[in-house]
Write a protein that binds this ligand. Sequence first.
Ligand code: GDP
Ligand code: IMO
Ligand code: MG
Length: 425
Amino acid sequence: MSVTLVIGTQWGDEGKGKIVDLLSKEVDIVARYQGGANAGHTVVFNGNKFILHLIPSGILNSNSICVIGNGVVIDPYALQEEIQLLNNFNIQVNGRLLISDKAHLILPYHKILDKASEECSEKSIGTTGRGIGPAYIDKFARCGIRIGELKENETFRNHIEKNFNEKIRLISNVYNKVIDINLEQTIDDFLKTVQIINNFISDTTTYLNENIRKGKKVLAEGAQGTLLDVDHGTYPFVTSSNPTSGGACSGLGIPPTSIKHIIGVCKAYTTRVGNGPFPTELRNEIGEAIRKEGFEFGATTGRPRRCGWLDLVALKYSVMINGLTSLAITKIDVLGQFDEIFVCTEYELEGERTTNFIPHSQILSKVKPIYKKFRGWKKKLNGISEYQKLPTQLLEYVKFIEEFVECPIKIISTSPDRLDTIIIE
Ligand code: GDP
Ligand code: IMO
Ligand code: MG
């Protein structure tokens, strides 16, 4: 029984796509378990850059079968676009992708509701506008539409029509917005597009469990990150799913006992897109320099990412919540420009110090980060493939991280490219 999880330890965009792609050559199946096309996972190799939103990053490795599990919310338009993009690069999706019949669909009204609720809110979350929150609301309100319903031709259209009419009333009565669409045409177009999923529908729960029992290796690819988790993140500035390790069991239907390795992906600094507290944020030229060198712009929305120093209080919390067995540190090359590098080791709140993360936005927004200073290494890392050959100051930095959070660092990534990765045995 061997499942490995790859999980974001911060506010997303840690470089999960690169790490999943790297590890996927050693596994049989790569599965997404939560989120939807709000994710943007980048993989770079042979000079090509791929950004995957819904399909697991393992699709770029021709030996992997990819699964979109029951916990994911699926926008057929985004799926269609992604399949097209992969086909343009001669990457085969047919026969290699399975989509759970229990996964929920994102309908056009979910995207309209996402935007309307953001526009009408006094404290907008800064969502990706992909309809994620409204689709999960329907799932938990038990009025969502599951992929399995696609097979029921008679009732499928009726269910969509009924929901659409309800949402139109909600949008006009609560949000005071007029929906300027031709309903018949919108539903016809949706019904046409959603047919693409028919090729991939499967009982992925049984498929995964049977394969795990047979000894096949499964890698579960988390989207977003621990601090965006709806339960454990900086609520309400979070996404609407559980990116943390517990979410993999419910989002795929696999037992906790099948999970053997839990790898946390962590940037050597911190970024966040959208609103919400961010204790180590640098709203100055250092933050700008990180954004420029790290090309910190959202892979899904193109928005500039907020940048700051590494927050070890938050990382230690992430190690605890997820039960991480190892860490993969990415983008360490980006820090090569600085004479001095800082990491947050404590928060100060109303004169008191704490090393405990505070998953309550209002309180977290008031903390002052307490930093430890490190010497920079001021070197490019190109061509370094062995841990021992990394600059001494960089090794001091990573050793401090692993000792502080009590979790071994097993992977260090030094560029976006697949090849520039140091594996520590
Ligand atoms: P994900 O959502 O966690 O998969 O991360 P994203 O793809 O949204 O953002 C990570 C960005 O950093 C992408 O542009 C990657 O190509 C890039 N990246 C990943 N690892 C490294 C690294 O070690 N160094 C640098 N400079 N860029 C990296
Ligand atoms: P990957 O998988 C970074 C953020 C949004 C917003 C909040 C809620 O690429 O790491 P949502 O659309 O999910 O309702 O938005 O969550 N967010 C992400 N930030 N990376 C992501 O995914 C994200 N997915 C959602 O910016 O603050
Ligand atoms: Mg991303």
